[in-house]
Design a protein around this ligand. Sequence first.
Ligand code: SF4
Length: 189
Amino acid sequence: MNAELFYDYIERISCFFRSEIRLAGIEYDLHPIQLNALYFLNRCNRYSDTHQGVSEYFGLTKGTVSQTLKTLENKGLITKEQDKQDGRVFHLKVTEEGEKLIESFLPTQTGKRALKTLDDETQTQLVESLRQLLQSMQKSNEMKLFGICRTCRFNQNRGKAGIFCELTQESLSRTDIGLICREYECQEA
Ligand code: SF4
């Protein structure tokens, strides 16, 4: 495999999305990081939708994250909800307005359109290969994995009893298992 070619393709695809995010930012008067944080909060689960989750996911300082979240909150795109068990923790929930923005968010639409140009099998293979690649890069850089719940080693399907997280000892819904989690660990770990 030609590593340069691989890098070129990934770099061009990233560049394409970055450019679309910049354009969307101009349209919605948001910085790219603010749009990305909003998107992440809409894709992550209840263990990850916190100030710390955003900070770890993007590798940003607390100060930068605070500013980012404040802007999203001031624009009515997210709200804070106090955790029922731990009053010190606040969950950042995307509002209806925020969801509408994400739905019209160009990179999301572009990603969907791009995938549709490939047949189903190629789409599945591509997504799986990218998942494996991302995980191996995260591991070698000792980064938190932030994977999708359904492939986590703690995810247990107990048949009629439902789906369960062995780590948190809580039940998971069908929606939960499609979300990003900061506690994720891959199967082979
Ligand atoms: S099963 Fe894994 S990814 Fe899912 S909620 Fe539990 S720790 Fe997070």
